[in-house]
Design a protein around this ligand. Structure first.
Ligand SMILES: [Fe+2]
Length: 302
């Protein structure tokens, strides 16, 4: 059996649409791959942004799904202010936060950690009824090498499915359950478990509210079952879709440096963090921007 090859004899199964040729006026946008990811320069996030800078950063996120900034020496207040440009801030249902700032999630792993954040492909807190629109992570302390984060385009994963599979998935919904993920997860940080954790039903294909494009919206981290079909069929389908979305064709990989920032759009991106740097330490802070209820636009048959 061939896996992860998207085999066919009529050219590539996935063809990336041409990038916009409208130039940016203030920021510089350098793509990491034709499919996903771009590094943004000529902007200092420690200073207030002009309306045009803000608009161009938003456009870069829409066009590239995840954007990266380097050498940003920002304070916690700058980080929060940057997040607020894109919406209200989301508070994580379980993870530890920076003292006195519940909106700022701590990212930390060292030689004694029992686990590190994000080692499974996921979209942040997709178990929420209103899952976060985006996450803005700054890494403050890096291992000498390793600790990269992989990002995968769920637009590309959706587009690469056959027309028959797209038709099959249209209108299906799935359960995203926080309970098996979060219970006991942060006990090493002294976090007490809550009585319950979020659980939500979301469309398997999600239409992005800004771009109008469809994305595959299930993930290994949270999705437990596709509804409306027998459980064995759901298990088989999820196994296939999880394998499909891990194809490297849909991915970029970011190598962090101290004071790098990544801003990813959870509506169309999944990510996975590498914990390959033991016994070294990796430290960061994350601000998460609140989002809307996922929907599928059934009018558009694409
Ligand atoms: Fe994450």
């Amino acid at each position: 059996m061939q896996t992860n090859q998207l085999k066919g004899n009529n050219g590539p199964r996935y063809r990336q649409e041409q990038a916009s040729e409208i130039p940016y006026e203030l920021i510089k946008v350098k793509k990491l791959t034709p499919v996903i990811g771009a590094e943004i320069s000529q902007v200092d996030l420690s200073k207030p942004l002009s309306k045009l800078q803000e608009k161009e950063i938003h456009r870069a996120l829409s066009e590239n799904q995840v954007i990266f900034f380097r050498d940003q020496k920002i304070s916690k207040e700058d980080h929060i202010a940057f997040g607020r440009l894109f919406g209200d801030l989301h508070i994580h249902p379980s993870a530890p936060h920076v003292d006195g700032i519940p909106e700022m999630m701590k990212i930390y792993a060292d030689k004694d950690s029992p686990r590190a954040n994000g080692e499974v492909w996921h979209s942040d807190v997709s178990c929420d009824l209103l899952p976060p629109m985006g996450s803005i992570l700054q890494i403050i302390q890096c291992p000498p090498y390793g600790g990269d984060t992989l990002f995968a385009s769920m637009y590309a994963a959706y587009e690469a499915l056959s027309d028959r599979m797209k038709m099959y998935l249209r209108g299906l919904t799935a359960i995203h359950d926080g309970e098996p993920v979060y219970r006991g997860m942060y006990k090493n940080f002294g976090v007490q478990d809550k009585e319950t954790y979020p659980r939500a039903e979301h469309p398997v294909i999600r239409t992005h509210p800004i771009t109008g494009k469809n994305a595959l919206y299930i993930n290994k981290g949270f999705t437990t079952q596709i509804l409306g079909i027998p459980i064995d069929e759901s298990d088989g389908l999820l196994t296939y879709l999880f394998e499909h979305m891990e194809n490297p064709l849909f991915q970029c990989r970011f190598r962090w440096e101290e004071n790098s920032i990544a801003f990813w759009d959870n509506r169309c991106v999944q990510h996975r963090a590498m914990w390959d740097y033991w016994p070294h330490t990796r430290v960061g802070n994350r601000i998460t921007v609140a989002g809307d209820k996922p929907f599928f636009n059934a009018i558009d048959p694409s």
